[in-house]
Design a protein around this ligand. Sequence first.
Ligand SMILES: Cc1cc2nc3c(=O)[nH]c(=O)nc-3n(C[C@H](O)[C@H](O)[C@H](O)COP(=O)(O)OP(=O)(O)OC[C@H]3O[C@@H](n4cnc5c(N)ncnc54)[C@H](O)[C@@H]3O)c2cc1C
Length: 514
Amino acid sequence: MSGRERHVVVVGAGIGGLTSALLLAARGVRVTVLERAAMPGGKMRTVEVAGRALDAGPTVFTMRWVFEEIFAAAGETLDAHLTLRPATTLARHAWSAAERLDLFADLDRTAEAIGDFAGLAEARGYRAFCAHARDIYRTLRASFILAPTPTPLSLVRSAGLRGLGDLRRIRPFETMWRALGQHFKDPRLRQLFGRYATYCGSSPFLAPATLMLVAHVEQDGVWLVEGGLRCVAAGLARTAERHGATFRYRSHVAAILADAGRASGVRLASGERIAADAVIANTDVAALAAGLLGSAVAGAVPHPSPADRSLSALTWAMVARTEGFPLLRHTVFFSIDYAAEFDALFGRGQLPAAPTVYVCAQDRDDTDRAPAGEERLLCLINAPATGDLQTLTATEIARCTERTFAMLARCGLTVRREPDKTLLTTPSDFDSLFPGTGGALYGQAVHGALATFRRPGARSRLPGLYLAGGSTHPGAGVPMAALSGRMAADSLLADLASIPTSRAAVTRGGISTG
Ligand SMILES: Cc1cc2nc3c(=O)[nH]c(=O)nc-3n(C[C@H](O)[C@H](O)[C@H](O)COP(=O)(O)OP(=O)(O)OC[C@H]3O[C@@H](n4cnc5c(N)ncnc54)[C@H](O)[C@@H]3O)c2cc1C
């Protein structure tokens, strides 16, 4: 029986869902993608401010090879769908008007910049840090990132006797903050490289040292995507459609159905039922566990604790004039007291009194060239994922906005904000966009050596139900979510022969087949 005679429903058109849909459609499976939003991308979303489209989700594109492999598996090339340019300057960092440091794609150039900024010993520390981060990445690439269901035991097994030394060297039981202290004495550098923990929505004070691999991923290449990151989602969706996948937007899935102990289709909020031979859920695992997709599948996944949620964010998407600071595409303005910031976020579940601010200047590239007049900015601070428990009051938002832009001003950046050209997104808004999350943007936080092993793999406990997305293995971030989508498609294809056919024929009650 050919794949085209099988019908797979993908719930959610985030990066994981899009990747699964593309790969399955390219292999001849009949695919229907059901997405509650009006466009593909999920967190990779676009908003319109003052008539201009802005990326309001991910802005840093890394691990290009993941997408090359995905498009190649569908018989396509990445270059035919996206125009990417490597960033020469990865990001600019500021602590005050007088303290600035750029990181470059060229390691020697960065070491030189660090030498000028903090002294030769720190430059040496940086080189050792890069070697350490590269070591972690190389050790974990095959044994963890690309392995479908890694466990601590499988990691040790795949390392073998010779690899045990490698595993010890990557220090899984040490915190990232502590490990960074062995490379950097300057607290600003510890802070800069500790920030990579937030790429997984985690605290550098609680995350394992292994997360330092994110630094290597950036060092390996940050790409500027022509047209913005939204083009990545659009490219995946367009290609999946061309291979025959059907996309239905504004279609909220109210329940994933099960029949005879297998996932058998979905019910939309409109009441419509769609039968399927298998279902891929690209929703957050927390939504499934909370029963937001019906009781039949609530037990199909582990139940994450709200206490373990990753970070949320407060974002300001705006069109504004800026003065006084040479922004690059990616600029980070650091708070003075990082420990206090993360204590507020994870210890007390509060917005930090002095937040670190990330600014993505979307009309700039990796040079100092500034656009004339107003420009598109996405400003982001980390926030606790309590969007389902509390709604920030107008006073709290005003105070936080004031503190955020005061932080920028301290470093010399003035942003001429205009309320009708600013769109604020809070943890409650993220919770509404991504139900069941409380606004957590990266699944569960990676706190402690074993946290990454708690993410479910592509196969759920319910036969016929597969999982894809940032809350599943190998974790959050655009390339990781894409890898999870590929794992879901691979697992489903491997199981295809054992999946009973014609579910629609045996299911009663006016069920359509997509
Ligand atoms: C502000 C922000 C900045 C970020 N920055 C970066 C960055 O710079 N680099 C990076 O690599 N990553 C970044 N990330 C993380 C990255 O965007 C995510 O990890 C990744 O995009 C998640 O993809 P996903 O497959 O989990 O799907 P999601 O994006 O979570 O999408 C899931 C989809 O499922 C849909 N859905 C949910 N429930 C239902 C339902 N019941 N019925 C129908 N549809 C449903 C949702 O509408 C959504 O479209 C950022 C995220 C945010 C929010």
